[in-house]
Design a protein around this ligand. Structure first.
Ligand SMILES: Cc1ncc(COP(=O)(O)O)c(C=O)c1O
Ligand SMILES: N[C@@H](CCOP(=O)(O)O)C(=O)O
Length: 471
């Protein structure tokens, strides 16, 4: 399998190359030359596989330059009960009204990011040893990618993590998870801005190709195709455990911010998984909901981005949306590049009158909805009173939209993207209950924290990295 840039400006590369490179040199995102197809008969045969085996089957079609025996060893080592708490890895639980919850947040940092990040940590270690290289990861987080990456990379040989987070905008638990780490290869930088500002800095640094090469910069955000490909696996797993009969339709509702999670669902669907609807659920930062409803894509500036009680989705410029639009435009890099040039000039684009916009729902199955703080409180309270379980604020956003769009006879799977304990304040406001703190995180908010503060400055971030790498 070869990978190209969504904007057309990259020589074909292998999986291992794009894994360490992150953003394409022309500022686009790496996309595979085609989506490997999984016929229903093959899907049927995957029913008996455990998670690690399934991950191997899905990923071997993408990571074709990694010897199969090595890839199998990596997926087996990653997806264990010791890491994810259960042998099922991503258990499903019944909610109500035809809705199930897919538990993706039982890993080391209590968010769905662990599903891909643990594998990425092992893949990086493998690839760096194979090529005798070092990697300095530059990432942006709104709360969960940061800790997942840091827990996956701490102590890994040849890897440093420089993680940008929005100063004062994450929950107290999220801050403590990241900033209390004292490992010498982990560097936390709290930026005086929002997630989008952090992500812009990561992209600007990555676009300075000379600096990127000298400092050996890589990424762990979902702009890295490795992240997305690993996230495709749990859609297959959930489908295999949900469909009564292989071939029956199943829908998914996905709390969305940077559009990586739901994009993985889109890819699973393109590979032939019988997904009926992919529901994009946003919070008050509803840029994506606006696009899926109207065809107008209008990313907001930081000043127009709300700070909400589902803070990990406080994102107004969703990176992975570019990968979906690439497919929508018939996988034509010239058309994508032209549209992105319009976007840079006009600050928005409008596909409402373009015949291709109809394909968003008809061909690709996308629908959307959004939530506000009150919806979140109501949903968390109702789920608690009807099932006795506490769901986190992001998952609540998806449950709210799933209930609006669920269809009779079609199971709806809501992706649980974090555990309630990460957002205890809102859970207490909704239910009066304090979410239980897992033993590993007992007292974490009282630990000393190690973080440097910085304005939104590409130059200052570059200088900080250079001082700490000595390169
Ligand atoms: C808890 C949680 N839910 C949902 C999201 C949104 O996922 P995505 O950015 O892949 O759309 C994030 C962050 O990405 C998150 O941390
Ligand atoms: N919600 C994320 C933001 C970054 O998303 P990513 O999937 O692109 O890494 C976070 O919690 O950091």
């Amino acid at each position: 399998m070869k990978y190209f840039s969504s904007r057309g400006g990259m020589e074909p590369q292998d999986f291992s190359e794009i894994l360490l490179e992150g953003l394409a040199p022309d500022g686009g995102l790496a996309v595979p030359e085609f989506y490997p197809q999984v016929p229903l008969s093959v899907l049927e045969s995957w029913k008996s596989l455990n998670y690690g085996e399934l991950a191997f089957e899905v990923l071997k079609a993408y990571a074709t330059d990694i010897p199969e025996a090595d890839l199998k060893a990596l997926t087996t080592k990653t997806y264990t009960k010791a890491v994810y708490g259960t042998a099922e890895i991503t258990p499903l639980r019944e909610l109500f009204d035809g809705i199930k919850v897919l538990e993706l947040s039982n890993g080391p940092t209590l968010a769905f990011k662990d599903m891909a990040m643990q594998l990425l940590g092992n893949l990086f270690e493998y690839q760096l040893a194979r090529t005798n290289r070092e990697l300095n990861i530059l990432g942006a987080t709104s709360g969960d990618t940061g800790s997942a990456a840091e827990y996956a990379m701490r102590g890994k040989k040849g890897v440093r993590v420089f993680m940008l987070s929005p100063l004062g905008k994450m929950s107290a638990f999220q801050r403590a998870q990241m900033y209390s780490l004292q490992d010498p290869n982990i560097f936390n930088i709290a930026v005086e801005g929002l997630f989008d500002d952090c992500q812009d800095v990561v992209k600007a640094v990555s676009e300075d190709l000379e600096y990127k090469a000298r400092q050996k910069i890589g990424t762990v955000n979902s702009i890295n195709w490795g992240r997305i490909s690993a996230q495709v696996v749990y859609y297959f797993n959930a489908y295999l455990r949900t469909a009564e009969k292989i071939g029956d339709p199943v829908s998914f509702a996905v709390p969305s911010g940077n559009f990586g999670n739901v994009l993985a669902g889109h890819i699973a669907r393109q590979m032939g998984l019988p997904i009926r609807k992919l529901i994009v659920a946003t919070n008050e930062n509803n840029v994506l909901d606006e696009f899926f409803k109207t065809g107008v894509y209008r990313p907001r500036k930081s000043a127009e981005t709300y700070i909400t009680s589902s803070p990990s989705m406080d994102i107004s410029k969703a990176s992975n949306f570019e990968r979906f639009v690439y497919d929508l435009l018939g996988r034509d890099p010239k058309a994508l590049k032209a549209l992105w040039q319009d976007l840079a000039k006009e600050g928005q684009f409008d596909l409402s009158q373009d015949a291709r916009f109809k394909r968003v729902e008809e061909t690709f199955g996308f629908q959307s909805g959004c939530s506000n703080h009150q919806n979140r409180l109501d949903t968390i309270r109702e789920v608690y009173s009807r099932t006795g379980t506490l769901i986190d604020t992001h998952t609540a956003d998806a449950v709210k939209v799933a209930r609006e769009l669920v269809e009779p006879g079609v199971p709806m799977v809501v992706l649980e993207t974090a555990l309630a304990v990460k957002f205890a304040e809102t859970i207490e406001e909704a239910t009066g209950q304090t979410p239980p703190v897992p033993a590993a995180f007992e007292g974490i908010e009282k630990l000393p924290q190690r973080v440097v503060e910085m304005p939104v400055s590409v130059d200052q971030v570059k200088a900080f990295i250079a001082v700490n790498t000595g390169l």
